[in-house]
Design a protein around this ligand. Structure first.
Ligand code: IPE
Ligand code: IPE
Ligand code: MG
Length: 232
């Protein structure tokens, strides 16, 4: 059982290329990608993974064409609302993390409502990183710590004290990070939290990443030897 990761995180990439390969608009790839989130959540819950997090929209993604950004925001709002009953039935807690300053009021209200309603669910937590970046997270953590602590307390802060200022406070660091579509980079994702995470890269495009592919990643993780700098 200890080979099942507690927290699996996914950089969902390749929606645009998936659609392009089929002669479709990029947005069709995003729509199909929602099905992959559903499939991976089901697989994660069945396998006993307690936290599944997905990078849905980075701070850098605001620089995409406005129509695509608007489509993605609408899609996420609709998909969230649609999933509520399934989250309640399957005991899934839903959490959204990121920089809310550019999100619409309607989206923020939907997020708050979903988080409140699912707060007591215990089986698996699904975390959606929305308008998130790792550097932003570190900066907001430092600002929060500075505002809360006296200069003496700030100076005596230990490494483990810092976690509680990140937006991921209370959530264990990812054990396994999956990135689809053959890109080999972190794209400003959880920079602090991934310090000792196992990485899994696959050429499969996100809309094609379903249960069998998720289980394959879990199997690869089970074969890893996590040494944390020690000699085994
Ligand atoms: C990932 O797919 C979804 C988001 C980043 C929102 P992309 O839209 O990045 O697809 P590609 O990388 O262009 O194929
Ligand atoms: C990373 O994908 C961000 C998300 C999956 C939300 P991108 O497609 O935006 O990243 P780059 O541009 O390849 O680094
Ligand atoms: Mg991409």
């Amino acid at each position: 059982m200890d080979t099942i990761p507690q927290h699996v995180s996914i950089i969902m990439d390749g929606n645009g290329r998936w659609a392009k390969a089929r002669g479709m608009e990029r947005v069709k790839g995003h729509m199909e990608g929602v099905e992959s989130v559903r499939a991976c959540l089901e697989a994660a819950a069945e396998a006993g993974v307690k936290y599944l997090s997905v990078y849905a929209f980075s701070e850098e993604n605001w620089n995409r064409p406005q129509e695509e950004v608007m489509f993605l925001m609408e899609l996420m709002m609709k998909a969230m609302r649609k999933e509520l009953s399934s989250f309640m039935e399957n005991d899934i807690r839903f959490v959204v993390l990121g920089n809310r300053s550019r999100l619409s009021r309607g989206l923020c209200d939907t997020i708050d409502d979903m988080m409140e309603r699912t707060a007591g669910n215990k089986r698996t937590t699904l975390i959606l990183f929305l308008s998130y970046s790792g550097k932003w997270d570190l900066l907001q953590a430092m600002k929060k710590a500075c505002a809360e602590l006296t200069p003496e307390q700030f100076q005596s802060m230990e490494l483990q004290d810092f976690d509680r200022y990140l937006v991921t406070a209370g959530i264990p660091d990812p054990d396994l990070l999956i990135r689809t579509s053959g890109e080999l980079r972190l794209s400003n994702y959880m920079l602090w939290q991934c310090a000792y995470t196992e990485f899994y890269f696959t050429d499969v495009l996100w809309p094609d990443f379903r249960k069998p592919q998720f289980l394959e990643a879990l199997e690869a993780y089970a074969r890893r030897d996590r040494r944390y700098g020690k000699v085994k």
